[in-house]
Design a protein around this ligand. Sequence first.
Ligand code: SER
Length: 433
Amino acid sequence: MDIRKEYLEFFKNKGHDIVSSMPLVPDDPTLMFTNAGMVQFKDIFTGAIPRPANPTATSCQLCIRAGGKHNDLENVGYTARHHTLFEMLGNFSFGDYFKKEAIAYAWEFITVNLELPVDKLWVTIHESDDEAYELWQEHIDASRIKRFGDKDNFWSMGDTGACGPCSEIFYDQGSEHFNSDEDYLGGEGDRFLEIWNLVFMQYDRQKDGTLVPLPKPSIDTGMGLERVIAIKEGVLNNFDSSNFQPIIKKIEELAGKTANEETIGSYRVIADHLRATSFMLSQGILFGNEGRPYVSRRILRRAVRHGYLLGFRKPFLAKVYDTLCNILGSHYTDLNEKADYIKEQLTLEEERFFKTIELGMSIFNEELAKTKEIFSGDVAFKLYDTYGFPLDLTEDMLRDKDLKIDNAKFDELMDEQKTKAKAAWKGSGDVAS
Ligand code: SER
């Protein structure tokens, strides 16, 4: 089943307009990246621009959550369900239908179209939302509806803008597969997989935090396509689905080894990060030292470091790229059209980091051997400044060792460097901006 198509057609048949994915870089200085399907509609929700003739829409939106309010970068490779870039299916009502229809549509799609077994489904609602509690009981037993507070069941795009209480649908993958302390509904484990978030958009959050009611209550929903594909294919990890497996197989082929329990995380990180950086390049986000280009650089360098762990010593991502195109290129045609350019840029950035990674890793390992609790801020800064290791990459390398970096020292050195750079700039006779 082509779930993307099934979803869009389902909502088209319910009167929604199918709209294209908006660019990854939104026209909004408060947002690093488009992080949800609703971003392209944010001004319609708040009433800043008039709603379209058809007040309902559906989309499959490319999202990046690797910076800003929603950031999953650190989780990638360590959980079964997080990605830096993912596809979000969504349906939207701009002051048209509200909770009752949103809930009924979602239930129909997952039980009839996707045919997910009802006995594996759970629902959460905001603790104050008695209306949603009533409405859900038309579809699911009350024992499977749980109330949570703002942390879990109130959704906001960023620090300001449209927001509201939400209701999430979870799929239970079974205690026989997942039984850590975090594998309870609302926990951090992978057992209860959140597949769909229905946001009941009711407020416009102001800079000072006040919640101003929207002109009309609206609907914003988001369903992670990668997760649903994995569930439908009967695998317990997104990376084991047909969306990622061919990429992982290709990396194995190039590395000349197969993944094992110890190394699988590296393959997954590379597969995820290749997707994210390729899409970013396809939309003109290059690698650089600040802002979005620096996020892209951090993601790419993390992939290179994991490639290094697998034995790669020179650029390899361009060789994996065609496999990514085979999976997503027919829907995202830019990936094919700009293939040569993207491969070239990936290779150039890999080359830059491969030049310094060897020495950087040995400096890191030397310091690590001496470290008891806190990893030296001086060394972390040297790795950053001289060897091109972003700070969060060094943090990632320390993650499973339970060590923290001396961030205060790192920040101090960073400030010093910035001050020096400014002074040098002034001396050049130009005006620093
Ligand atoms: N905006 C909500 C989310 O991102 C629903 O689409 O989860």
